[in-house]
Design a protein around this ligand. Structure first.
Ligand code: LMR
Length: 328
C-alpha cells in the first residue's frame, strides 16, 4: 500500500461535496488500492452539517479512508495537501449569470490561494468548481505565485459531458461513443462547444448529424444554458453531475488520454490559439499521465474563431473586474 494522498475539499458540507466525497472515498478517483486522507474545510456556519457528513463517512467504514479532519481554517485544511478541490462559494440563483457572483466569491479565492501557497505539498494540484470557476481559479493562482501555473485547473468537463450526451441523444447513440468534444473559453453562457472536431462513432459529427442549423443554435444554446436549466428544475445548482465531472477532470489529468480522444480542462493559457497568456481558459487537452498539454494545431474555422473570441472577451472582462484581487 502506498502512503495516503491528502485531499483538501472546501465547501465540504455543500451539495457537490456530498456527491464527491463518497466517490473519492470509495476509490473512484485514485483507484481501489490508494488510501486517502480527507481534509474537509467549511466556514463556521457549515461546521455542524459537516459533522453530520463526517458521521456518515465513519458509518460507511470506507476501507481506503485513512483519516478525516475538519476545519474552518484554510491554513490547517491545506496543510500537506496533494490535491485541492475548491467547491466552496455562493451558488447562483435563477436569473443570474455565474459572473454575477464574482464580487461575492472572488475574495474567498485570495485567502485560499495564499493558504495553498503556504501550506500545501510541493506537488499540489488544484481544481476549482466554485463559480465563476475560471476567474476564481485565476485569483487563487495569482495569490499563490510559488505554485507553478500548470497546477491550476477550473472545470469545463461538465460542459463537455453535457455536449457529448446531447449529441449522442440526437442520433440514438451513447455518450461513450462521442469523442473529441472540446469546450473552449469560459464556463459560462459564452462557452464554445466545438462540434466541428467532435466525432460520433469515429465519424465527424456534421456527417452524422446533417443539420448545421441545429448544431449552431439549439445544441450550442442547450450546452451553454444547461446549468441554468438544472437550477430552474431542481431549485438548486447541479451537484451529482458536477461531482462526477470533477472526478473525470482529475482522471483526465492523471491518466493517459486514449488515442483519438481529448478532454476539456480550463487551465492557464500559454498563448496557444491566440488566447491571452495567463487567462484560465478551457482548451482541448491530452495527458501522458504526468503532464497535461493543450492539443496543438487544431484548424479552427472562421465560425469557431468568432465564438472563441466572444468567450475570451468575457474572460478578459471578468479579469478586469477583479484586478484589485490580483497581486501584480
Ligand atoms: C453548472 O454548470 O451546473 C454549475 O456551474 C452551476 C451553475 O451555476 O450553472
Amino acid at each position: 500500500m502506498t502512503s495516503p494522498i491528502i485531499i483538501a475539499i472546501t465547501g465540504a458540507a455543500g451539495h457537490i461535496a456530498y456527491s464527491l466525497i463518497p466517490r473519492i472515498a470509495s476509490g473512484a478517483l485514485f483507484g481501489p488500492t490508494q488510501r486517502v486522507a480527507l481534509r474537509l474545510i467549511e466556514i463556521e456556519a457549515g461546521m455542524k452539517p459537516l459533522q453530520g457528513v463526517v458521521m456518515e463517512l465513519h458509518d460507511s467504514a470506507f476501507h481506503l479512508v485513512e483519516s478525516i479532519e475538519i476545519t474552518s481554517d484554510p491554513h490547517v485544511g491545506f496543510q500537506g495537501a496533494h490535491w485541492a478541490f475548491l467547491l466552496g462559494s455562493l451558488p447562483r440563483k435563477a436569473g443570474m449569470e455565474r459572473k454575477d457572483l464574482l464580487s461575492i466569491n472572488g475574495k474567498i479565492f485570495v485567502d485560499q490561494g495564499r493558504a495553498i501557497a503556504r501550506h500545501a505539498a510541493s506537488d499540489i494540484r488544484v481544481l476549482v468548481l466554485g463559480n465563476p470557476a475560471n476567474t476564481n481559479c485565476l485569483i487563487a493562482m495569482k495569490n499563490a505565485p510559488d505554485v507553478p501555473m500548470d497546477r491550476w485547473y477550473a472545470m469545463s468537463r461538465l460542459d463537455e459531458d453535457r455536449a457529448r450526451s446531447l449529441l449522442a441523444h440526437r442520433v440514438h447513440s451513447h455518450s461513450r461513443n462521442v469523442t473529441k468534444m472540446a469546450i473552449w473559453g469560459n464556463h459560462s453562457s459564452t462557452l464554445y462547444p466545438d462540434f466541428e472536431h467532435a466525432c460520433i462513432d469515429g465519424k465527424p459529427v456534421e456527417e452524422v448529424i446533417n443539420d448545421r442549423t441545429w448544431l449552431e443554435n439549439d445544441f450550442m444554446t442547450q450546452v451553454q444554458q444547461r446549468g441554468a436549466a438544472i437550477i430552474a428544475a431542481r431549485g438548486l445548482s447541479s451537484a451529482l453531475s458536477a461531482a462526477n465531472a470533477a472526478i473525470e477532470t482529475v482522471r483526465s489529468i492523471i491518466e493517459v488520454t486514449a488515442e483519438n480522444q481529448w478532454h476539456s480542462v480550463s487551465l492557464c493559457s500559454d498563448g496557444s490559439y491566440g488566447i491571452d497568456p495567463g487567462l484560465i481558459s478551457s482548451f482541448p487537452t491530452r495527458s501522458d499521465g504526468k503532464h497535461l498539454s493543450i492539443v496543438p494545431e487544431i484548424p479552427l474555422s472562421a465560425f469557431a474563431k468568432q465564438k472563441i473570441k466572444t468567450t475570451i472577451e468575457e474572460l478578459r472582462e471578468e479579469k478586469a473586474m477583479v484586478t484589485h484581487l490580483l497581486p501584480q
